[in-house]
Design a protein around this ligand. Structure first.
Ligand code: SF4
Length: 218
């Protein structure tokens, strides 16, 4: 199966999935959308009210703001694949629970494997923690990390900036730098990142680890 077919299969499976309690609050699963060969993947937290109605990610106010933020980074929504860590709406937009994140992780892992993006932009704490655990988003937002040969850029969730206007300037500055980061990811090539990871792994305990490697800022 090619990437498009795999994504289609995942969407079909998520639509009828009952692996966690979130299926009780699901009208439509929101598996994600975008090119199957996208260089950049955005991962948010979970579908909200409008996403649950339409089965599409980021279609409410946070989605409109995300489109503006992407533009600041020189990107269009049609350039990127957008999904969430859980594919069904948490009731009342509550945070996804650990068992729900674990139950849904297989879908996201398969999407990442199929799309094989060069850059993953995490939107919010839960998607960040999947790649960069034990850090505070307030301390690392907008900074690039390498994880398994991909650049990971943790960003605040657009909804957070809408709810806390004090975050807006920082969020917009982070997205405005995306163009530079994308160039850096293209140029610094995976080989270099993997070498850095290997060195970091050796320093850890001499064995392979999943620890992300922070890139120096420029
Ligand atoms: S959130 Fe994920 S694991 Fe839970 S029911 Fe929906 S698709 Fe299945």
């Amino acid at each position: 199966m090619d990437a498009k077919q795999i994504l289609h299969e995942i969407a079909g499976q998520a639509a009828v999935c009952t692996r966690c309690e979130l299926h009780f609050s699901r009208k439509k699963a929101v598996p994600g959308e975008g090119p199957a060969t996208a260089e950049i993947m955005l991962i948010g937290e979970g579908p909200g009210f409008y996403e649950n109605e339409q089965g599409r990610p980021f279609v409410g106010a946070a989605g409109k703001y995300l489109d503006e933020l992407l533009e600041k980074g020189g990107l269009k929504r049609s350039d990127v694949f957008i999904t969430n860590v859980v594919k069904c709406r948490p009731p009342s937009n509550r945070d996804p629970q650990p068992d729900e994140l674990a139950a849904c992780a297989g879908f996201l892992d398969r999407q990442i494997e199929a799309i094989d993006p060069r850059i993953i932009i995490t939107l919010g704490r839960y998607s960040m923690a999947k790649f960069i655990p034990n850090v505070k988003i307030s301390e690392v937002h907008g900074q690039p990390f390498w994880h398994r040969g991909r650049m990971i850029v943790p960003m605040f969730h657009p909804a957070a900036a809408l709810h806390q206007p004090s975050l807006k300037t920082g969020v917009e500055r982070d997205f405005a730098r995306l163009g530079e980061l994308i160039q850096q990811a293209r140029q610094s090539v995976r080989a270099g990142a993997q070498k850095a990871e290997a060195v970091a792994s050796e320093q850890e305990d001499g064995s392979e680890t999943d620890q992300p490697t922070q890139l120096s800022l420029f």
